[in-house]
Every structure is written in structure tokens, then in C-alpha cells.
Design a protein around this ligand. Structure first.
Ligand SMILES: Nc1ncnc2c1ncn2[C@@H]1O[C@H](COP(=O)(O)OP(=O)(O)OP(=O)(O)O)[C@@H](O)[C@H]1O
Length: 471
């Protein structure tokens, strides 16, 4: 039977909130009975196990208790009640520079830190080169750590923590303040450790690394374990919850709890409020109904930026299914890779316009432009549009994106005084998710529709793969 490496049993962590710092000090330091304003549970009766070789991702909103849980498992914080049992050599990367002495050089700290984790001097010496190489701070290895930037400190900490090959690794990914290249190295290193049997528990706000790396994920919310299951399913629940507020959030929370942590029944059980756009405002005349299964009211782009209109006004942007007649059908915002959709919006022209173009572009969460389409690119602009006209722009596209959250911006332009000029633009007009897939675990953001095969050049091969097989 697979060994249990981490067993968390009914763990609760209660904090007392006081009116003033002095009251807290009196209570903590001198046992003076200052009455706390209220007790607050950062963790509430959390139980789960992590088996040897498993990689488990902890996700949840800010303040949901993830770090508290890792600290308790790492034995740097005591639970108010409940137990944690850890079997095996555990290395934790929880707090920037913790475990380092800032006065020591990088070199000295490698020996100091690895010794604290139980390695003998000769074992550390044997791995020293690898640690320095991975951290990529060779030129600074003999400088005191207090002179390092936060990125350099985390590079060294991650490198030393992972190079000693712990049996159990717990990592707060929020610490991955290194640059993008280093973050990718960290994920690759964790995948490597995992393939060699290290048990990993890590906190992440990055859905992609959870789906790529983990066998399981746990959704924590307000200190409670709401869902424990397959990473893609847990991520869908987490994403939905992330953009919910007030009554909707409370209701979804209860729904998840009522399903006893199983997100599956909820994935398609979406509610819509007919006749409402989710803000309580009535839909404009002619607005299409949302598809209940693939429209999530909580996906509202807070970053939406409406530019000043200069001759036309865009309204009612939406992503729609393609109806049987090829026209836009029901509104959706949870898309499936490989399916075709239409981005459509209405444009009301306030003045005559010439050589009119409509455009759409897709952006990643961090603003990277992923691509787009336009009538101008298609050389299909509209020669003349008289003032008072309303035209619906329709951009049909094939969803080539992988699971994640994205934005679409829309615009309308015309030629004025011999140059193309915007008439109206809405940046981040639409926010949408591409659903994770159980059977497809592509990396990155874009599906290039690779068809991977191979050809034997000489020497033969054990297995005869057909072109098109994924390898
Ligand atoms: N010493 C403390 N005293 C009182 N409250 C605390 C203390 N430490 C943490 N908390 C509270 O416990 C809750 C959980 O905090 P924790 O840092 O575990 O959340 P988290 O999920 O890791 O958040 P984030 O994603 O922002 O890192 C938060 O509301 C936090 O304010």
C-alpha cells in the first residue's frame, strides 16, 4: 500500500483579533485577560492525506489559509487543534530568505541551510556545484546574502531546497518572484523531482502549473477545504469562485460544500438570470440568451476600458455559439478548445463614416496580445456607412487557446482625412475562460494542433508509431 507522507487531521487554527496592539501584547506576553474583539479561524477542521509520490496543489483566494496550512505542516506554526503527521525528510520553501543568515555569504548559507535540512558536509559539497549552477548567481556566491535582491535570494533558496532531493517538498509558489525564465526552471525542477518520487505540496495561484504538475488539487476557502479532486475540475471551481461576490459567492460555496467537495456535478449546473445581464440591468433589445451551461455570470472584466467615442458607439459585445444559420447564437464565456465561436457587437454610427473596419483582439491575463482579426486585415472594409446606421460586427474564430482566462478587446475604425482612425474601442470588453480538459494536457496558452510522430532514420525502433500519435 502507498505510504502516507502527510496526514492532516481536523486541523483548526484560530487567531484572536484585538482592538489594539497593546491588548494583543498584554494577552500574549503576560496572560492579561484582554477581551479579543473576535476569534477568527484561519483554518477550520481541515483534513486530507498526501501519499508518497503525489503532487498536490493548494489553491484558494487571498487569505483562504493556504500559507497557514503549509506553515503548520512544516511545523513552524502550531495548530489550535488537530494533528499533522509527516513521514519523511521535509524541505519547505515558505518565506523569502527564512533559513538563511543574511550576514553569511551565499556559499556559507548553502552549507548552513542544507545542514539544517539534515545533510552531511560531504553530501553538501558533492551537490554544491549543482546548487550554484541552478541558482544562476555564481558571480555573487561569495557576497553576503543581505546584498542579494529578492529574486536572487529566492533563486538560491529554491535551488538549495530542491537540490538536496527531499522526500517531501512544500513550496509557496507566490515566492517565485524570480523572472519568467527562472519560474519555468522551477516548474521543470518540480516536475523532475516528482518523476523521481518526491512528494510535493505546493500553493499556487497559477492554474496552469497546477494542471500541468499536480495529480490532485485542494480548494481552500475561508479556512475550509471545499474541494479535493482532479486538478482541472478543482481549477474550474476555483476560477468561478474567484470572480464571484456577495450572495452569488455564498451560494456557490454552499453548493460546493453540499456536493461534499465534488466539483463535477457543478461544472455544468450553471444558473442564469433570464432577462438580466448579471448586473441587474435589463438586457438591451435583441440581446441573445446566454447558454446556461457555458455562461458564467461571474466572469466580468473589471479591467474593461471604454475609450471616448469619436463618431460611433460600440455596445453589447459578446462571444456567441454559431447558430445553424451561421449567425451568432447563445452567449457563452466558457469556451472549449477546438470549437468555433463568433465575437459580435453592435456599432451605432453617429456620423457618416468611410472605409469602416471592425476589429477584435485576444489578450492573456497579463496583457500579452495573442492575436486578432479585422475587416481591415481581411481587406473587406465597408465603403460608406451613413450616420444613424447600426451594424453588427461579427468575427468568427476557432478557439486555439488552452485552458485559462483571457480577454477580448473590440474596436471600430474608419478613414478620416486620409488616415485610418479609431471611432470607438473597448479594451478588455469580454472576459472568458477556456475549459480545462481531462484528456489533453497541452502546455502553454496556444494549441498549435501539433501532430507528433516519428521516422526511424537508422537502427529500427521497438514500437511502430503511426504519424499522428502523440509522444
Ligand atoms: N498572526 C495572525 N494573526 C491574525 N490573523 C492571521 C495571522 N496570520 C494569518 N492570519 C489570517 O489568516 C488568514 C489566512 O492567511 P494565509 O496567509 O494562510 O492565507 P493565504 O491563503 O496564504 O493567502 P495569500 O493567497 O494572500 O497568500 C488571513 O485572513 C490572514 O489575515
Amino acid at each position: 500500500m502507498t505510504q502516507t507522507r502527510i496526514a492532516v487531521s481536523h486541523v483548526t487554527k484560530r487567531y484572536f483579533l484585538y482592538r489594539t496592539a497593546l491588548e494583543r501584547l498584554l494577552h500574549a506576553g503576560f496572560g492579561v485577560k484582554a477581551k479579543p474583539v473576535r476569534a477568527f479561524e484561519a483554518l477550520n477542521d481541515v483534513s486530507f492525506e498526501v501519499k508518497a509520490g503525489e503532487c498536490v496543489g493548494l489553491v484558494g483566494r487571498n487569505g483562504s489559509g493556504k500559507s497557514t496550512l503549509l506553515y503548520i505542516i512544516a511545523n513552524t506554526l502550531a495548530p489550535t487543534s488537530g494533528d499533522v503527521a509527516v513521514t519523511g525528510r521535509l524541505a519547505a520553501l515558505l518565506e523569502l530568505g527564512s533559513g538563511f543568515n543574511p550576514e553569511f555569504t551565499g556559499r556559507e548559507n548553502i552549507f548552513f541551510y542544507a545542514a539544517m535540512l539534515g545533510l552531511k558536509r560531504e553530501e553538501i559539497a558533492a551537490r554544491f556545484e549543482e546548487i550554484v549552477e541552478f541558482a544562476g548567481i555564481r558571480d555573487f556566491i561569495d557576497q553576503p546574502v543581505k546584498t542579494y535582491s529578492s529574486g536572487m535570494t529566492v533563486r538560491l533558496a529554491f535551488s538549495v531546497t530542491t537540490c538536496i532531493e527531499p522526500e517531501i517538498l512544500i513550496v509557496d509558489e507566490a515566492l517565485a518572484v524570480g523572472d519568467e525564465a527562472f519560474q519555468r526552471k522551477c516548474i521543470a525542477r518540480m516536475a523532475d523531482l516528482r518523476s523521481r518520487g518526491t512528494t510535493i505540496l505546493f500553493v499556487s495561484h497559477n492554474a496552469r502549473s497546477v494542471i500541468e504538475l499536480c495529480d490532485r488539487a485542494i480548494l481552500l476557502d475561508r479556512g475550509e477545504k471545499l474541494v479535493d479532486g482532479k486538478p482541472d475540475e478543482v481549477i474550474v471551481a476555483y476560477r468561478r469562485m474567484l470572480y464571484m461576490e456577495g450572495a452569488r459567492y455564498e451560494a456557490y460555496r454552499q453548493e460546493l460544500k453540499a456536493h461534499n467537495g465534488d466539483p463535477k456535478p457543478l461544472l455544468l449546473a450553471r444558473e442564469t438570470e433570464n432577462g438580466s445581464n448579471g448586473n441587474g440591468a435589463p438586457e438591451a433589445q435583441g440581446e441573445r440568451q446566454a447558454d446556461a451551461a457555458y455562461f458564467d455570470e461571474s466572469l466580468k472584466p473589471e479591467s474593461m476600458l471604454m475609450h471616448e467615442p469619436a463618431g460611433a458607439v460600440i455596445s453589447e459585445p459578446a462571444i456567441c455559439l454559431i447558430g445553424s444559420d451561421g449567425a451568432p447564437g447563445s452567449r457563452v464565456n466558457m469556451l472549449k478548445r477546438g470549437e468555433d465561436y463568433i465575437v459580435r457587437y453592435r456599432v451605432r454610427f453617429e456620423e457618416d463614416a468611410r472605409d469602416v473596419g471592425f476589429s477584435v483582439s485576444m489578450q492573456s491575463m497579463n496583457g500579452v496580445m495573442l492575436g486578432g482579426g479585422s475587416l481591415v486585415l481581411a481587406e473587406d472594409t465597408i465603403p460608406v456607412v451613413p450616420a444613424g446606421s447600426v451594424i453588427e460586427a461579427r468575427h468568427t474564430f476557432s478557439c486555439r487557446l488552452l485552458a485559462g482566462t483571457y480577454f477580448a478587446s473590440v474596436g471600430c475604425s474608419a478613414v478620416k482625412e486620409g488616415a485610418r482612425q479609431p471611432l470607438h474601442r473597448i479594451a478588455d470588453a469580454l472576459m472568458f475562460s477556456v475549459l480545462p480538459e481531462k484528456s489533453y494536457n497541452g502546455r502553454g496558452m496556444v494549441d498549435f494542433a501539433f501532430r507528433s510522430g516519428h521516422a526511424v532514420i537508422s537502427g529500427g525502433a521497438e514500437r511502430d508509431m503511426k504519424a499522428g500519435d502523440q509522444e
